[in-house]
Design a protein around this ligand. Sequence first.
Ligand code: TRP
Ligand code: SF4
Length: 328
Amino acid sequence: MTNKQIMLTGFRPTGRLHLGHLHGNIVNMIKYHEQYDYYFFLVDWHALFTEYQNPQNIKNNLIECAIDLIALGVNPEITHLYRQSDIIEIPELTLYFSMVTPLSWLERCPTYKEQVKELNAKDLSTLGFLSYPVLMAADILIINADIVPVGEDQLPHLELTREIARRFNSLYGEYFKEPKELLSKATRVIGTDGRKMSKSYNNAIFLSDDFETIKAKIRQMITDPERIHPTDPGHPDICNVFSFYKLYRNENITGIENRCRNGEIGCIKCKDEISKIIYDSLKDFQEKRKNLEKDMSYVYKVLEKGRDHVRTVSLKTIKEVREKIGID
Ligand code: TRP
Ligand code: SF4
């Protein structure tokens, strides 16, 4: 038994990870691994809510993502790494929660309204999509998590989780803890076209890209538009390439900044230098990833071990929940 607090985080598996994922929230998630009893799971059911018409990539994306996470340092010896769809007790808890959750709570959820509008190419006027936060509450409460690290966009869901826990407790007696959020400030990473880095914008640098690929992607980036010759004085503050220097060289950027301003470095050289810095920072990861790809049975074993542990916890919760409600 451990007396560490339980931290839990769910991650949408969108395939191979890119720098936006890494600096956006994975760095924040991974740093707590030793301090807490850490549950890290890949939410394939949540992905299915929006991809139900085209589910063929979900499984592969999940495996790619699991490999990336292990190679990044999620340590399967101390972290429970598992996939949501392996925990078949979660839908049972979702069912009980759906009975006690008023429709109005879900309909007024800001993320719901926003996403239905934003993802209008997909038909999301489904019962399942409306209940997205109910499934999320079950993910969290099935293991009675203490702390959930989330970005700001997920706060309304966590608030709903607490409301559902309170509703359940007031109907059937105290049982669930109210989980707290750990708000992490996600660093916004710009893609090679200047927009937010995203796989769907085709502007991402993937963690598995080799040096030549990174170099080619960075080379296409637009820099200071007024700079024609390498000796023209540049303006790093309006240059997207410079945002990568800020990310990778945070205190150490005055050198490059001055060289740019004084026209002492050309953009191509400046781009190739940052490409090398980015690539070097990924080398260890890439080596680990290659080794994992050669031994996929290890990756599957990690997910099975996670599943077995989490199912033991979940079965206990379900048994006690049934007793609380009085149907057991
Ligand atoms: N909804 C979250 C997202 O889109 C993913 C998620 C599902 C989650 N279940 C969770 C996050 C439980 C934290 C805890 O990012
Ligand atoms: Fe950007 Fe570097 Fe060119 Fe300056 S030298 S404009 S920082 S790419």
